[in-house]
Design a protein around this ligand. Structure first.
Ligand SMILES: [Zn+2]
Length: 299
């Protein structure tokens, strides 16, 4: 785990290998469940490739044209990823219904063996990605880990379905499992899509984080009040912009010192997160002259 961009690359190689194994043995066993699992792994491969390229770019620093860097590429990639998972979920649902209407003979032994192999490989991958997501504080690697977690459950349930068919002889069990699983996949991907869209729309930091920032500002006796408080995220960079209302007779030197203190306290409170601060010095509440300032007032 040398670099942030390595995890999606390893995940992509692992899932493309799995897709190939599932495709070959899915065809050999005649199981639609194993075949749709192959399609699922194929979409995972595509997702990891997208993630790899997104991370490569989002890591690059701001420049003269893109002044806030490329952090939004992470959210854009996560959105694409979730839409692809929804498509894969719909495919699994379609295959299940087809299997439901026209049940077919399955070679269960081959199907179960390939699912056991998939579970072992995917479990290793999930553990690896989870650790990488924490280490690099990356939304994109977290999304990748979630994706393979869903994959793990899909694989396990597919194995269970094949096992139940083997015990009971009812091929219909396989189709029912497929339907339930696809609903789960679509729900999970929908949640991820929502998070990504909120990120692209520059959602503010969460309430706890905002409260921590406000506590730091309110401690300063030189500051009477504040307005136009705005926060947003771009990849792993947090952006805070605020107008501070200082006591009117303060020296610019001292006001600057206070705002530096605020910046440093925020940085140390939030650990290794990166920050861009845009702090405006006011001597009174001029928010009436500012666009939509009244909408930003915090309760
Ligand atoms: Zn102002």
């Amino acid at each position: 785990m040398k670099d942030k961009i390595t995890p999606p690359l390893i995940a992509g190689i692992a899932s493309s290998t799995l897709a190939l194994i599932k495709l070959v043995f899915g065809l050999a066993s005649g199981s639609v469940a194993v075949l749709s699992s192959a399609a699922d792994s194929l979409s995972d491969t595509l997702i990891s490739i997208i993630n790899y390229f997104a991370l490569k770019k989002s890591r690059s620093t701001p420049n003269a044209r893109f002044n806030f860097g490329f952090g939004k590429l992470e959210a854009l990639s996560a959105l694409t990823q979730s839409l692809l998972i929804i498509a894969a979920g719909l495919f699994v649902a379609y295959s299940s219904i087809e299997n439901f209407i026209r049940p077919r003979e399955l070679n269960l032994g081959v199907g179960m063996l390939v699912m056991i192999i998939s579970i072992i490989i995917t479990a290793c991958l999930v553990l690896y990605l989870r650790r990488a997501a924490i280490k690099y504080q990356s939304l994109i690697i977290r999304a990748d880990a979630l994706n393979y977690e869903a994959d793990l459950i899909t694989n396990a349930a597919t194995l269970l379905a094949l096992l139940l068919v083997w015990i009971s002889g009812f091929v219909i069990v396989d189709a029912l499992f497929g339907l339930a699983l696809s609903a789960y996949i679509i729900f999970k991907a929908g949640t991820l899509a929502k998070t990504s869209i909120y990120d692209l729309l520059d959602e503010a930091l969460n309430q706890t984080e905002i409260q921590q920032i406000l506590d730091i500002i309110k401690q300063k006796k030189e500051i009477i009040n504040f307005h136009s408080f705005r926060t947003r995220k771009s990849g792993n960079i947090n952006i805070l912009s605020v107008h501070l209302e200082f006591v009117p007779d303060i020296l610019l030197l001292n006001a600057h010192e206070v705002s530096k203190q605020i910046e440093n306290e925020i940085k140390s409170t939030f650990g290794e997160q990166k920050w861009i601060f845009e702090i405006h010095f006011d001597t009174d509440d001029d928010s009436a002259d500012e666009l939509y300032a009244e909408n930003l007032a915090l309760k």
